[in-house]
Design a protein. Structure first.
Length: 497
């Protein structure tokens, strides 16, 4: 007897999660360009060093400024990969895809809860998937992306009705607190939301004790993980505040004007969505909290685009509202989608790809020696090379950690190794190559130093040239990436005959 059983169907939520994950996995695998050094040196490098015992550890990790949670996630991946180089390359991308997927799926759920409009939630998700900045940044190994993911998870479970019910509050509190452990500055977003909640909430003793207990438990777990990672008792949050607030040494890495986020970061992150964002703004607690966040970060002297990444999902929500309200110009949507795709391909696959291609050259010449006369951390390192016998050096950019009390003038006058080199490249080469820095077989520079190397190092010949960028915010990194090879005197004599 044949019985026709209905085929088991996956719930729509799992299908949606799977679709987002597939898109983000393709995104992660297809990225071939470089954005910022922290993608590697604040996550993959310390994780690689933790598992394999070698990798470049920057001063932040020696100073124990960072929570160990983020690199430990990648450490688990490396533990699984062992010595399989394909998995060492692939697993971090898989992890990044999962983080991005959770963020966007929870963004969809958050908008459903916050707006009670499933169509608006779908529009928000589509805008996020088609956003060029997200395609360029979201699947990279930045702690800001994990921070953003945890923030959106917390927003989804936040008691927007002003009533704490069930386990949702404790989920929101847990995700929000962890986001602040990963990036302490995230607390700026939660202060106004917390004050808003307290004005609407009937506080009970049980609720206070339960909330404090959860925070203490998560903080204790964080300290335990840091002890495991650093092999020493330390509280990175305290160290972070000492460096960035008490000493204010973060300005060593650059000072931007107060309007940087408003007139540069937000337009770049939104790109073609910017008019929709402005059109969709509404007076609510989320907007007030977002403005406080933006003002708070604008008051911090050192600024970078990705520092306000947790605002990106909120801005996409308002852009979706703007699109939903739009009565005209919707016929241009296909053109906007096409332009977004072109922008995403350009930044994700074209501009700044040379600094990633040079790693293939280094892998093919794994026994050679390399020297990078470039700004510090211009390429990934052992997380991509995975070569315990690597013989290579690059210029460093350590901040003045030796200064416990300093004036602004002392900080301005301090020069790291990269600064010393670029202030007078000829003198640096004469004073350091062959003494503090060995003469390598290959020297790597950017285009602006091409003629200088020819002039100062006559025994090096141009060997390989990789296209890197059409434009770059740092003029020292403009143009192609060039590899010079050292030739022995006998080879030079034969070439001149």
């Amino acid at each position: 007897m044949y019985i026709n059983h209905p085929r088991a169907r996956l719930p729509p939520s799992i299908k949606l999660f799977g679709l987002i994950f597939l898109i983000r996995l393709v995104n992660a695998i297809s990225i071939q360009t470089f954005f910022q050094a922290d993608e590697f040196y604040q996550s993959l490098e310390p994780a690689h060093n933790f598992i394999y015992g070698y990798g470049y550890i920057t001063w932040e990790w020696h100073a124990k400024l960072r929570s160990s949670i983020h690199p430990l996630i990648y450490s688990l991946g490396y533990k699984i990969a062992r010595e399989n180089k394909q998995l060492i390359w692939f697993i971090p991308k898989l992890i990044n895809s999962l983080i991005a997927t959770v963020m966007e799926y929870q963004l969809y759920r958050f908008v459903q809860v916050y707006s009670r409009d499933s169509n608006l939630a779908r529009i928000t998700l589509i805008l996020s998937l088609l956003n060029p900045f997200n395609w360029y940044v979201l699947t990279r190994s930045f702690s800001n992306n994990l921070e953003t993911c945890l923030t959106v998870c917390a927003l989804r479970y936040w008691p927007w009705k002003g009533k704490v019910s069930g386990y949702n509050w404790y989920l929101s509190l847990g995700f929000g607190f962890l986001s602040c452990i990963i990036r302490p500055t995230n607390v700026i977003l939660w202060i106004p939301l917390g004050l808003w909640l307290l004005t609407r909430l009937q506080i009970s003793f049980t609720w206070v004790i339960s909330s404090i207990t959860e925070v203490c438990a998560l903080f204790s777990l964080s300290i335990a993980l840091d002890y495991y990672f650093y092999q020493d008792f330390t509280i990175p949050l305290y160290n972070f505040l000492q460096f960035n607030v008490v000493k204010n040494l973060s300005i060593f890495y650059g000072v931007a004007p107060w309007h940087f986020y408003l007139f540069q970061a937000v337009p770049l992150m939104m790109m073609l969505y910017l008019p929709l964002l402005v059109y969709g703004l509404g007076k609510d607690s989320l907007l007030i909290s977002s403005l406080v966040y933006l003002v708070g970060f604008s008051s911090i002297q050192h600024k970078e685009f990705r520092f306000i990444m947790p605002l990106q999902p909120i801005m996409l929500y308002y852009a979706a509202r703007g699109y939903q309200k739009l009565k005209r110009f919707k016929q241009y949507v296909p053109l906007a989608i096409f332009l977004n795709i072109l922008i995403a391909i350009f930044f994700g696959n074209v501009n700044e790809r040379g600094v990633m291609k040079v790693l293939d050259f280094m892998k093919a010449h794994k026994d050679a020696t390399f020297g990078f006369l470039t700004p510090c951390h211009s390429t990934p390192w052992q997380s991509h090379l995975h070569n315990p016998d690597l013989r290579a050096w690059f210029l460093t950019c350590e901040p003045p950690l030796h200064l416990s009390h300093f004036s602004s003038q002392e900080l301005k006058s301090y020069r790291d190794q990269s600064d010393v080199f670029y202030n007078n490249p000829e003198l640096f080469i004469k004073d350091n190559l062959g003494s503090s820095l060995d003469y390598p077989e290959f020297i790597v520079v950017f285009s602006p130093l091409k003629e200088l190397i020819k002039q100062e190092l006559g025994n090096y010949i141009l060997y390989k040239q990789y296209f890197n960028s059409f434009f770059h915010w740092d003029s020292r990194r403009s143009g192609d990436l060039i590899i010079f090879k050292r030739e022995e005197q006998s080879d030079l004599d034969s070439m001149s005959v």
